[in-house]
Design a protein around this ligand. Structure first.
Ligand code: GLV
Ligand code: GLV
Length: 333
């Protein structure tokens, strides 16, 4: 039997490619450092039944229409704002993601950003490397703000939001949150309090964002929200860049409307080298690495591969984003 064709948009881990190769004729984009050019993607998908994509590819109706036989788009990410899910469903294409496995790794990174910003670790590191530590130890040298005993405000209490709440509890922080869905189970389990979004912004010493990017969450944090936050507050974003209005954030950090920020995600990635954020000392920047541990990135790859081959084998994939699709193109063995 001829194996179905599958295209993978970036070099992945061998474990994942091996899973795919058992069931498919696999081609992988040769690039390591850069995303596949759009034109090449449109060409490569022409005869594939499965596409394994990254958050760097916009998978919209144009891509789907260029891929007449496409049955499954398996995204190597928990977030899937890069995929037009409605267009996929309409066309009977299954969309999958990699939830769950990256939850703790991402929460670890969010907490690391919080701590780095609070205690000014990267700024202090830069100071030493620039041979700037030339004076005697002093009581005010690189003093930051406490983490323990402070209030963490979480916007978006999904898996990652609750994992960071657990970490905060271990640091004796008070945790407040807002989400469209109230989580009374977690309030009980973790001892956290539900608040309005405004209350979270006003009361928190640290605000950490854990919402998906949707039209409703685009620029959810803008000038007004930053103004509502405490002047001593620190904003952490490991979700998606466009959730924060970066220009408003720059102004708030420059003018002291808030004290600091830790960002792992940006409105444009890679960040524009001319971005004024790069000139501020009160911000910690990392290049969208929150899920980036060897263990988790490998597991994400094998999960994405298993999701993809499930559909090729006529099985319901473990992490289906658009279950409505099963009515349009029922699972066939
Ligand atoms: C990474 O940003 C992801 O959504 O998995
Ligand atoms: C992602 O895993 C989330 O639901 O927060």
């Amino acid at each position: 039997m001829v194996k179905p064709k599958v295209y993978v948009t970036r070099q992945l881990f061998d474990e994942a490619i091996e899973i795919l190769e058992e069931h498919a004729d696999v081609e992988v984009y040769e690039g390591v450092d850069d995303a596949i050019p759009r034109e090449l993607l449109l060409e490569k998908v022409a005869d594939v039944e499965g596409l394994l994509s990254l958050l760097t590819e916009r998978i919209d109706a144009e891509v789907m229409d260029a891929a007449e036989g496409l049955r499954v788009i398996s995204n190597y990410a928990v977030g899937y704002n890069n995929i037009d899910v409605a267009a996929a469903t309409e066309r009977g294409i299954y969309v999958t993601n990699t939830p769950g496995i990256l939850t703790d790794t991402t929460a670890d990174a969010a907490f690391a950003l919080l701590m780095a910003a609070a205690r000014r670790i990267p700024e202090a590191d830069r100071h030493i490397r620039a041979r700037g530590w030339i004076h005697a130890w002093g009581p005010r040298m690189f003093i930051g703000t406490d983490i323990h005993g402070k209030t963490l405000g979480i916007l978006g209490m999904g898996r990652i939001g609750s994992a960071i709440a657990k970490r905060a509890k271990g640091f004796d922080m008070k945790v407040i949150y807002h989400d469209l869905y109230r989580r009374e189970d977690l309030e009980e389990e973790l001892g956290i309090d539900y608040k309005s979004r405004d209350e979270v912004l006003r009361e928190a010493d640290f605000v950490s964002l854990h919402v998906p990017l949707t039209p409703e969450t685009h620029h959810m944090i803008g000038a007004g929200e930053l103004e509502a936050m405490k002047e001593t507050a620190i904003l952490i974003n490991t979700s998606r860049g466009p959730v924060v209005d970066e220009e408003a954030l720059y102004e708030a950090l420059r003018d002291g409307a808030i004290a600091g920020a830790g960002l792992d995600v940006f409105e444009v990635e890679p960040i524009n080298p001319g971005s004024p954020l790069l000139d501020l000392d009160n911000i910690v920047l990392t290049p969208h690495l929150a899920s980036g541990s060897v263990e988790t990135r490998t597991k994400m790859a094998t999960t994405a591969a298993l999701n993809l081959v499930s559909v090729l084998q006529g099985k319901e994939p473990p992490n289906l984003v658009n279950p409505e699709v099963m009515k349009i193109r029922p699972i066939v063995k």
